[in-house]
Ligand binder design. Structure first.
Ligand code: COA
Length: 159
């Protein structure tokens, strides 16, 4: 079964990587879709996010990184995908994800959503928290791969 793991990935964190590694063992091909979330103002461009994800998933053979704008369900018309994978971090994620899964299947009956429980180690993590800690001078090595930390350091220096 081919699956798609969508997200903003601004930037990719260890929590995302945990889901990616586990989903890749179940999927024939795992598409990672860097989506444009218009309600967020990003740190990294879409191209930069794609490059970072490609680099940190380089050792996983069945991962393909794509970008997609617009409705997630439209991806089913473009790629040979059977299911969406999402990670649940806490009960608080459930209501929103439940709503998204239902409405996506309403719009595209082939769009099944499969949920994986995020490793409790990363249950509190989010990209914006990592950005905030980094922006305020905190250490983020334990939250994101070294490549991502270096890219964030470069962004901060550019400012
Ligand atoms: N480990 C660590 N962090 C995680 C995580 C995990 N396993 N899973 C999620 N997160 C974090 C994300 O980094 C994100 O952090 P942020 O808010 O600081 O950026 C946060 O939890 C929320 O994740 P998610 O709900 O997956 O949001 P997202 O912005 O990454 O992705 C889209 C949301 C893009 C997949 C969704 O908005 C979408 O499908 N958009 C397309 C338009 C569409 O079809 N809309 C629906 C029509 S009703």
């Amino acid at each position: 079964m081919n699956m798609i793991y969508p997200g903003s990935f601004d930037p990719i964190t260890n929590g995302h990587l945990d889901i990616i590694r586990r989903a890749a063992t179940l999927a024939d091909t795992l598409y990672i879709a860097v989506m444009v979330n218009h309600s967020k103002s990003p740190m990294f461009s879409i191209e930069e996010r794609v490059e970072l994800i490609q680099q940190v998933t380089d050792d996983i053979d069945n991962v393909i990184v794509i970008t997609f704008e617009g409705l997630l369900v439209n991806v089913f018309q473009t790629y040979p995908i059977e299911a969406i994978v999402k990670g649940l971090r806490a009960i608080s994620d459930f209501e929103y994800e439940f709503q998204m899964a239902q409405i996506n299947r309403e719009m595209q009956p082939r769009a099944e959503t499969l949920f994986m429980m995020t490793n409790p180690e990363w249950g509190y993590l989010s990209s914006s928290l990592v950005r905030e800690i980094h922006g305020l001078g905190g250490k983020i090595d334990q939250f994101a791969p070294p490549l991502v930390v270096s890219a964030m350091n470069r962004k901060l220096e550019e400012k």
